[in-house]
Ligand binder design. Structure first.
Ligand SMILES: CC(C)(COP(=O)(O)OP(=O)(O)OC[C@H]1O[C@@H](n2cnc3c(N)ncnc32)[C@H](O)[C@@H]1OP(=O)(O)O)[C@@H](O)C(=O)NCCC(=O)NCCS
Length: 139
């Protein structure tokens, strides 16, 4: 696997839609995803694509917060899951940014994502409380 940095919203958007399909309101479509990506990039996040065997298999939007890496988006393509790619991708991101410490939000209802991060050594540290569904600029 190798990392490719990208600021091309059209390439990143399909992965954001995969992420949103797991629980964000379904009223948000492609144009919203594209705007969201552009907003995050303007705010200093960096987007990475995971390339494996000539295929783009994953996407992450991250921000270096100095002492840790904030994983804002992290997706492995639906057809390529449970092959160890997510584990490798997270490892490569930590290496590339020189930040072994990482943080992220996981929806409380998302048992699968939580199981994945726990398998990588992550543990819950806080309950993130919101009054309404928002997409704040996170951790
Ligand atoms: C979560 C996600 C990134 C995992 O990627 P992946 O490439 O399938 O994960 P890996 O194959 O590297 O899995 C590593 C370990 O995590 C755990 N794991 C991964 N997916 C799991 C699942 N669906 N259920 C339970 N455990 C899981 C397992 O322990 C696994 O090791 P194993 O396959 O040897 O049992 C992927 O399922 C995904 O993109 N989901 C949709 C988006 C998402 O939820 N992103 C995270 C938001 S916080």
């Amino acid at each position: 696997m190798r990392l490719e940095e990208s600021a091309d919203a059209a390439r990143l958007t399909p992965f954001v839609l995969q992420l949103w399909s797991r629980g964000w309101p379904d009223t948000r479509g492609e144009a919203d995803a594209r705007d969201h990506v552009r907003t995050l990039l303007r705010a200093g996040h960096r987007a990475w694509l995971a390339q494996d065997g000539g295929e783009t298999v994953g996407y992450a939007m991250v921000r270096d917060n100095g002492d840790h890496l904030c994983l804002r988006h992290f997706v492995i393509d639906a057809g390529r899951r449970r092959q160890g790619l997510g584990r490798r991708f997270a490892g490569l991101l930590a290496e590339r940014h020189g930040r072994p410490a990482m943080r992220l939000d996981v929806m409380m209802t998302d048992d699968r994502a939580r199981a994945f991060w726990e398998a990588l050594g992550f543990a819950p540290t806080a309950t993130n409380m919101r009054r309404a569904e928002t997409e704040s600029l996170g951790c």
